[in-house]
Design a protein around this ligand. Structure first.
Ligand SMILES: C[S@@+](CC[C@H](N)C(=O)[O-])C[C@H]1O[C@@H](n2cnc3c(N)ncnc32)[C@H](O)[C@@H]1O
Length: 412
């Protein structure tokens, strides 16, 4: 591209136009990695307005029947929102976001990481690092219809009753289909950050009918071209049998469902653990299995919070807070999940707790994500002191997960 010398020292944008050579080169590179399908992710961060509720935007590439789309995860303080845009719209949004909302853009491609930094007075710098990250997907499978999870010839969605015999989403299953896609959209950026070994193992604890287990396996193998082993753990025998039959029909050879309890089932080393709506302390059993196995990613959406609710012995000024059943329930939910996040942190996980976007399917929509950061020292003492202080305040003798993790001593 011909760039007159005057572009070099100009500010990033003037009246919405890209004026600086560095920023033009950055957008050229972005366009090129998108068209070559080598975009791993683009992260817009470092807010211009620190009080803004929007903390960052993570952009990955997906291909649907209509063509390539960019999947935007808008990370707000308390929830994440996902949206797909075509490439042209996406580029305009990225440009506007860099002009108005964020100072930094990190572009991860197959071969390098480019960091664009815009200063307060509009000056621009680019830093480049070679990187080991692999491109996110082989797009040879054009299997998607309008969402990340394809409907076209999708055997498991048909068998699960989400699609009719013509592979169309059934009217009464639209919410379910959206929920499945939403969930994969939320997980995608976390997965893209991981360095996973060959044949890595994914465990879905309390897999139920397996909607999300199948969709995640499909995404990992079909969209990302990875070769995981995946295990769904479920205590109901009939669901295990049904899910294994569907896995066979879908030719998902490395996906199996096993009958057993989360706490006791024998499993090989877990790299990614998910547990969605596993009841009460079953979520703690799952988190414990993940921590004990040194899983790189633990994702859970807790269900009920009975253990802590029963353990409350609140006195003094806090008493009115738990006087009303609904407030006591909400309080138990907050305390239970806050302690879960602290225990994950105690064991070297970076945590994020947020609301799923869609509340129409379930009111249980808080998600706890723990990412193991290699080399990050576990904040064992600090986190466990904070757990102790919370317990004292609410008169709780023990959080169930704490008891499970007592045996793990080799982390700090
Ligand atoms: C509410 S369903 C959620 C299913 C699925 N994860 C989803 O989000 O669609 C919870 C499932 O976990 C199973 N479950 C609960 N506790 C369990 C345990 N301790 N061990 C194994 N499965 C369990 C239940 O049988 C049920 O099928």
């Amino acid at each position: 591209m011909f760039l007159p010398a005057g572009y070099i020292n100009k500010p990033a944008f003037i009246n919405g136009q890209m004026e600086n050579r560095q920023i033009i080169l950055f957008f050229d590179k972005l366009t090129s990695v998108i068209s070559n399908r080598r975009l791993v992710k683009l992260v817009l961060s470092s807010q211009r307005d620190r009080s803004s509720d929007l903390k960052s935007i993570i952009i990955t590439i997906v291909e649907i029947k209509k063509g390539v789309r960019l999947n935007f995860v808008y990370r707000h303080k308390t929830n994440d929102i996902t949206k797909n845009f075509d490439v042209e719209e996406a580029m305009a949004i990225v440009k506007k976001s860099l002009e108005e909302d964020f100072f930094n853009a990190d572009l991860f491609s197959g071969e390098e990481t480019l960091r664009l930094l815009i200063t307060g007075n509009g000056k621009v710098k680019i830093r480049s690092n070679r990187t080991e990250l692999k491109p996110v997907a082989s797009f040879s499978h054009d299997r998607l219809k309008e969402r990340i999870i394809a409907t076209e010839n999708n055997v498991y969605l048909k068998e699960l009753g989400v699609l009719n015999s013509g592979f169309e989403v059934r009217n009464d299953m639209k919410d379910k289909y959206l929920q499945i896609n939403n969930y994969i959209g939320l997980l995608a950026p976390f997965i893209s950050e991981l360095e996973l070994p060959e044949g890595f193992h994914v465990a879905d604890m309390g897999s139920g009918k397996g909607y999300l287990t199948f969709a995640l396996y499909d995404y990992l193998t079909g969209t990302l071209g990875k070769t995981p082993l995946m295990t769904g753990v479920e205590s109901k025998k009939d669901l295990v049998k049904l899910s294994n039959e569907i896995a066979k029909k879908a030719s998902f050879t490395n996906l199996k469902f096993v009958h057993g309890t989360i706490s006791e089932v024998a499993l090989e080393k877990i790299d990614i653990l998910i547990a969605l709506h596993a009841c009460d302390t079953a979520t703690d059993d799952a988190i414990f299995r993940g921590i004990a196995s040194g899983a790189s990613l633990i994702v859970c959406a807790p269900c009920c919070h009975k253990q802590v609710r029963k353990a409350f012995h609140v006195t003094g000024a806090l008493k009115p807070v738990t006087k009303h059943g609904i407030l006591e329930e909400r309080q138990a939910e907050i305390i239970t999940d806050a302690i879960r996040a602290l225990i994950l942190e105690a064991h070297g996980y970076k945590t994020k707790v947020f609301e799923f976007i869609s509340t129409e399917h379930t009111p249980k929509n808080v998600m706890i994500v723990g990412r193991k950061i290699p080399g990050k020292p576990a904040a064992m003492k600090k986190s466990l002191d904070q757990v102790r202080a919370i317990k004292e305040l609410f008169g709780i003798e023990q959080h169930y997960l704490e008891g499970l993790c007592m045996g793990i001593t080799n982390i700090e």
